[in-house]
Write a protein that binds this ligand. Structure first.
Ligand SMILES: [Zn+2]
Length: 102
């Protein structure tokens, strides 16, 4: 819901902008790692791009939706790191226990 007052960083107007397609590269790593759905979440979590109608400035700004997806993304990354840590630490613990004859 970006229409509730995103100020243009150049002229400060809050109503004279519209969202434009992002010029940034498509995320390749999340596609390879977690598929299209994950890539979509990652893409949605980045700041959308806007163009001010009154001065032509192109700028990035978070919206409520992109902040929501950012939170979702951060939550997902957090659990992935935790899962990876467990997957690495549990066999490591077993290996050390074996080594020490426990
Ligand atoms: Zn402007």
């Amino acid at each position: 819901m970006h229409w509730i007052g995103l100020p243009c960083p150049h002229c400060g107007r809050t109503k004279a902008y519209h969202r434009i397609p992002s010029t940034r590269y498509a995320p390749a790593a999340p596609v390879a790692f977690g598929g299209v759905l994950l890539a979509l979440i990652f893409d949605r979590s980045r700041k959308p791009q806007f163009r001010c109608e009154s001065c032509g400035t192109v700028f990035f700004s978070h919206t409520i939706a992109s902040r929501f997806f950012l939170l979702f993304w951060a939550f997902f990354v957090f659990w992935m790191i935790l899962l990876l840590a467990v997957l690495i630490l549990v066999p490591l613990y077993d290996w050390i226990a074996d080594l020490l004859g426990l």
